[in-house]
Design a protein around this ligand. Sequence first.
Ligand code: AMP
Ligand code: MG
Length: 352
Amino acid sequence: MNTIIIKADKGSLREEDLQAASNILHRGGLVAFPTETVYGLGADALNPKASKKIYEAKGRPSDNPLIVHISDIKHIEDIVRNIPNKAYELAEVFWPGPLTLILNKKPNVPASTTGGLDTVAIRLPAAKIARDIIAASGGFIAAPSANTSGKPSPTKAEHVIADLYGKIDMIVDGGESTLGLESTIVDLSGQDPIILRPGSITKTMLENVIGNIEYDAEVLRRSINENIVAKAPGMKYLHYAPEGCLTIYEGDIQNVVKAINIKAKECLDLGRSVGIIASKETAGLYEYGEVKTIGSRKDENSIAAGLYGVLRYFDKNHTEFIFSESFASDELGQAIMNRLLKAAGYRIVSVD
Ligand code: AMP
Ligand code: MG
């Protein structure tokens, strides 16, 4: 398939490019576009044939449901029934933005979009390009991360090109995603609200609006051996993974650096390639391997934004062994460590 690549200028699309994207989506085709979280792979969410194409292009298991993206809060009622007040309260504060709500679906949302579930995931993104495309294309666009299933999510158009070029109709290059981690997912379809996936909208931020909310057990997983069934089918334990063997080192940072230096030298001596995921504050302390700075410990947003780009960098170089520092695990750190642990398949070494 011929994939058209178009560039968005200063956060918005030219009229003719918007029209071209919308024509493809109306016809049931696939368009990747930037959102503030990561790049999404868009298809008409109400057209079963179109959403099926997403699964084919990504190699995504068909039981892993898609998030339906809307461009205006008023459209929530078109696809969802029995909307609880908490949904409106959260939407009012956090939409447009990186929050996905799970609600009971109306019959017009096809089973192929929801993985056969009776609920649907819905989000109103903040990125203008995304909202313009959604509004021009029928208003209900399924848009999972625009990567090959299982790989780190794409935060730049070049990541989408690496995975999906030749498999989809169009890629809109709108520069780097500002947040760099997927949306927070809150399940409001049952009795009590549950966080199924942590993200930039943190537990505390949610609780400030709707009161007590718990994490799904999968979010708190610390080992691959724990017998947990994730409520979000896409949050299974091996995900976001680079090709190389990623291990996280946790504990006192001086000990972490020392342990990684020893391991890195061992691997290099055996003729293997080594990558190190460090923070701005510690990058200078590593003596071996290729050191990539993920962000600053003083600015968690920079770490969230840098994570997938660094994992993808090591993929591009076919780095065999990757050693990563661990990061604080509260608030936004909860989301960062959740993705890092999944990427590492919960391979974690404690050095204290
Ligand atoms: P992605 O679009 O790649 O960010 O992945 C969407 C995530 O939302 C996956 O983890 C899905 O399992 C989850 N999800 C989508 N719809 C539902 C739903 N109805 N119930 C629970 N989780 C969902
Ligand atoms: Mg994804």
